[in-house]
Write a protein that binds this ligand. Structure first.
Ligand code: F6R
Length: 650
């Protein structure tokens, strides 16, 4: 969704802001803009509907661009006066500014609605992520007091409120922002600069992420770490409604909402710049798919001791006694994380013999769910910022449940709301479509299900060790799938013209299908639906075009999970049923299976793994299948239309 970058220092800010905005592009957005202190007590704002590249082009054409993003510490020639913010500083040489990528909520994507937004005088510029829920009341009040609005955004009220508070606070920007924040409800991350406060930026947040750090030549803030990883690996996360003040000499001051100075603990970003680069791959999605052997290996590493035959989760804030007394588990999540939760549910029920439910987070809190202090709520979120999941977490906490968060992002909101946090080791995931984070979530949930069973005395250590030993083979097996993609590409090519595709499977195979269909529809825009294979005869089989019986060109593709499993024979019957009605069956099957090859010529073979671990291998060809079809349609696989990487609104 929206992205914020703010920089003040002794080096030009344009390259730092543009570089940061480019790094945030993966989150999804529709317009972009910058506001810079250009001296003589004024700000210059340049913004556009469209991509960061279009903004860059305008800057190039108007001579406002600065080509190097180097934060080397060399002070640039600033023209006549080399004081940052001094009179007549050219835009390209300005050293304090804020930048934004907007994902429209209030008002269409347009230049007027793009951020930065400004006050009546044009002296105050604001960029904002989130939604100001009381903006309509505030706007009416401000208009009543004579403020002129030029956009439809909720954000603009912030600029006008700061304008009033700045006057009331005798031109103290920090006080003005604090007083403004006290009047806002909703979610926000804000970065503010004032024409008359050279070299100073004020940032704050509530229910929306923001990180701050020092660089070699100044101070930087951003809504997400990829925007600042090039300049610092040590960052500070703000708590709700805390304020950070960034000075051009790199000094950072932090304040709580009451105005008392605070000293937050710095957090070191664990992943590298390499994670934010494509590294020779044509797109991030392919790169991230190929990282999966490493991701699964890292996620399971160190969790099992061969000496004791036990799995450990030392970070879990639940004693073995408390674990034994859990009566029920509820997993809450959205999208792909929800699919990981479905797999976790089956494993926990099977091994730990506990009732487990997986709920779509956006529905959970509206149905008056049964949550008690004896419920363990597991909230899964790659980003840790998904509003629907966070609301479910809040409800669970209020009901007294222990909330265990599974996330990929250190310092994300979910890590602050939950009682316990378990991190997957996916590292930064840039492509909007979740791939490596899904496998990491499933790997972690598999281990956690084993752990729960072990602690509740439902699984012997021998059985735990056996599953773990099979898990250790997974990185090699996933790598095997990635090395030989010819059948995946050829099956995808067979489906290039299809308007719709069905996915069918049984047991865990059905869940793999839900995820496979989601991948296909979100990146290729081909309609795809997944069903439990036993259900198709109850309705969905009507979707198969009977003309496919005589014309292969119009056959409805049906992707069938047909790996060796307890329901293999039944699955073959379901495949026969759809073939008999003219479907083109693409089967994912276990290497060496000859029966399947008698039914269809389109088979993707994968290595044999125990059924309980099959999602960790069988999901991989479906990711590649979806990607290939998307590429055939000319789609941007990393940034599919209408989607955002972190969905921070409900
Ligand atoms: C699909 C996808 C989304 C996310 C969903 C939840 O590829 O990425 O469906 O899984 O928006 O996001 P997180 O896991 O960040 O809570």
């Amino acid at each position: 969704m929206c992205g914020i970058v703010a920089f003040t220092g002794t080096s030009p800010t344009v390259p730092v802001l543009l570089n940061g905005l480019r790094r945030l592009e993966y989150r999804g957005y529709d317009s972009a803009g910058l506001a810079l202190q250009t001296g003589d007590g004024s700000l210059e704002i340049i913004k556009r509907a469209g991509k960061v590249a279009e903004l860059e082009q305008i800057l190039e054409e108007t001579g406002k661009a600065h080509t190097s993003a180097d934060d080397s510490g060399t002070k640039p020639a600033l023209g006549e006066k080399d004081t940052p913010g001094a009179a007549n500083t050219p835009f390209s040489q300005a050293t304090t500014g804020i930048g934004h990528t907007r994902w429209a909520t209030h008002g269409v994507p347009s230049e007027a609605n793009a951020h930065p937004q400004h006050d009546c005088s044009g002296s105050i510029a604001v960029v904002h992520n989130g939604i100001i829920e009381n903006y309509a009341i505030l706007r009416a009040e401000l208009q009543g007091r004579g403020h002129r609005f030029v956009s439809q955004t909720d954000t603009e009220v912030v600029a006008h409120l700061i304008e009033e508070e700045y006057a009331a606070a005798h031109e103290d920007l920090v006080l003005a922002v604090r007083a403004t924040v006290a009047r806002l409800s909703g979610s926000f991350a804000l970065a503010v600069c004032h024409a008359s406060e050279p070299g100073l930026l004020v940032v704050t947040r509530n229910d929306s992420p923001l990180v701050v750090g020092k660089t070699k030549t100044g101070a930087i803030a951003a809504s997400d770490t990829p925007a600042l990883i090039e300049y610092t690996r040590e960052v500070y996360y703000l708590d709700d409604r805390d304020l950070a003040v960034l000075h051009e000499n790199g000094t950072l001051h932090f304040f709580d909402p009451a105005g008392s100075a605070i000293v937050p603990t710095p957090v070191t970003i664990e992943w590298d710049l390499e994670d934010a680069e494509r590294g020779g791959y044509p797109d991030f999605m392919l790169k991230e798919i190929h990282e999966q052997p490493r991701v699964v290996k890292d996620t399971i590493a160190g969790r099992y001791s061969a000496a004791t035959g036990r799995i450990s989760f030392e970070e879990l804030a639940l004693s073995p006694r408390e674990l034994k007394h859990i009566e029920r588990v509820i997993i809450v999540a959205c999208g792909t994380s929800y699919h990981a939760g479905l797999i976790g549910r089956d494993l926990m029920e099977t091994w730990a013999r506990l009732p487990v439910e997986t709920a779509v987070a956006s529905e959970f809190r509206y149905r008056n769910p049964l949550v008690t202090p004896k419920t363990l709520v597991i909230a899964i979120s790659q980003s840790g910022e998904t509003a629907d999941t966070l609301e479910a977490v809040k409800l669970a906490r209020l009901a007294g449940a222990h909330v265990l968060a599974i996330t990929n992002v250190v310092g994300s909101r979910i890590t602050r709301e939950a009682n316990t946090v378990l991190y997957i080791k996916a590292h930064l995931e840039i492509a909007v479509a979740a791939t490596k984070s899904f496998l990491a979530q499933v790997a972690l949930l598999t281990l956690f299900a084993l752990y729960l069973a072990q602690e509740r005395g439902q699984l012997e250590s021998g059985a735990v060790g056996e599953v773990y030993a099979a898990m250790e083979q997974l990185p090699r097996q996933i790598a095997g799938v990635l090395e030989d993609t010819a059948s995946i590409i050829s099956c995808a090519s067979e489906c290039g013209n299809a308007q719709t595709a069905l996915f069918i499977g049984r047991g865990v195979g059905a869940t793999i299908c839900y995820e496979g269909a989601l991948k296909l529809k979100e990146i290729s825009y081909v309609h795809a639906e997944a069903f439990a294979a036993g259900e198709i005869k109850h309705g969905p089989i009507a979707l198969i075009n009977p003309e496919g019986l005589t014309d292969p060109q119009v056959q409805t593709p049906v992707v069938a999970m047909a790996c060796k499993s307890a329901t293999y024979d039944k699955m073959l019957s379901n495949i026969e049923e759809v073939l008999a009605r003219g479907a083109k069956v693409i089967a994912v099957a276990t290497a060496g299976d000859t029966r399947i090859a008698e039914l269809t010529g389109h088979v993707i073979f994968i290595p044999e793994v125990p059924e309980c671990l099959s999602p960790l291998v069988a999901s991989v060809p479906l990711q590649l299948f979806a990607r290939h079809i998307a590429l055939m349609h000319g789609a941007n696989v990393d940034q599919p239309r209408n989607l955002a990487k972190s969905v921070t609104v409900e």
